[in-house]
Design a protein around this ligand. Sequence first.
Ligand SMILES: Cc1ncc(COP(=O)(O)O)c(C=O)c1O
Length: 362
Amino acid sequence: MAERKLPAPRPAIAEFQPYRTQMLKADVRINANEWPEPNPASQYLTPAELERIVLNRYPGRGEELREALRERWGTSPDELILGNGSNELLLNAFLVFGGHGRKTLLFHPTYSMHGRLSVIAGGTVVEEMVGLPYEVTTDRALGAMARARPEIVVFTTPNNPTGNTIDDDVILSVAERYPETLVLVDEAYSDFAGTSLVGRRAEFPNMIISKTFSKVLAAAGLRVGVLIVQPQLMGFFQAAALPYNVSTLTLAVAARVARDEASVKHRLALAATERARVYAALQKVRSIEVFPSVTNFILFRLREGKPAEVHARILAESVLIRDISIWPGCEGCLRASIGTPEENDRFIAALDKVFAATAAAR
Ligand SMILES: Cc1ncc(COP(=O)(O)O)c(C=O)c1O
């Protein structure tokens, strides 16, 4: 039989590999920067409340959630775009301000989806390699802007995978000097660091800030993201938005999650003490260089040995971390999220075993 022809995608997509999520089985899963303690949906909505949530109608605007976010961030309800996870909103930003013939400037190593989504939206990426340690200075940022002249520049602060922040002044200098460039600030981990540019948003209408419920709010499975956009740009986002993109159930649960301040306090305290413990354990291993983190994950680099092998040997102890050694600027690097105290004990024990064996084999 003659081979049937198939529709061809855009060339940029044809070359793409799917985003790799590690579905390997392990008792301890500290590979995706999620919050590790179980967060059951049942604690947020009672059966009587569920009774009142009707699924035959399309969702509303999420007024209760917008109000809860006003209390959390001081934002007005009309400044917010809600999405099915922040990735969806990042894609929207690239669709609206990027696309064909337009450039996005990224400072590597950084969250890989920014580059992927820019290309999916049809645009091109300009990569400024900062490397490790990840120090994005004002000179470096302004120099890269002058060379690239991008339509969009992204700053992730604190940054994934490096775990450190970019100074507010760096980002604001760029926003000030380049008012016609969209400055996208990804604050997925900012609660852990206690930093945010939300308070400066009104001065810089070209700056938009993305937030997620997937980290300190312990709701990665709920899929909620928020983009904070000034009125000058809001209309463009609204024009491109998908109607009813966040479900009625999600909106109802998210409003409760956003008000659960006691849990956030507990998580911030736990992340800080456990991060210090894991950091100290990594620092003790001579063949590891560990990078200081203000987040719920830690980046480290092997001074010797193959990251894939170390990853596999830690996995043999049923602890799953992330091998990010193929990310640009991350040669030899692995990343571990902060788990529960018991999970971190398991990770530290696995480190002891794997690196004791490595030292003995020398
Ligand atoms: C910097 C950064 N932004 C955004 C996300 C994605 O968040 P969401 O779950 O809201 O799509 C992640 C997830 O790891 C991230 O590291």
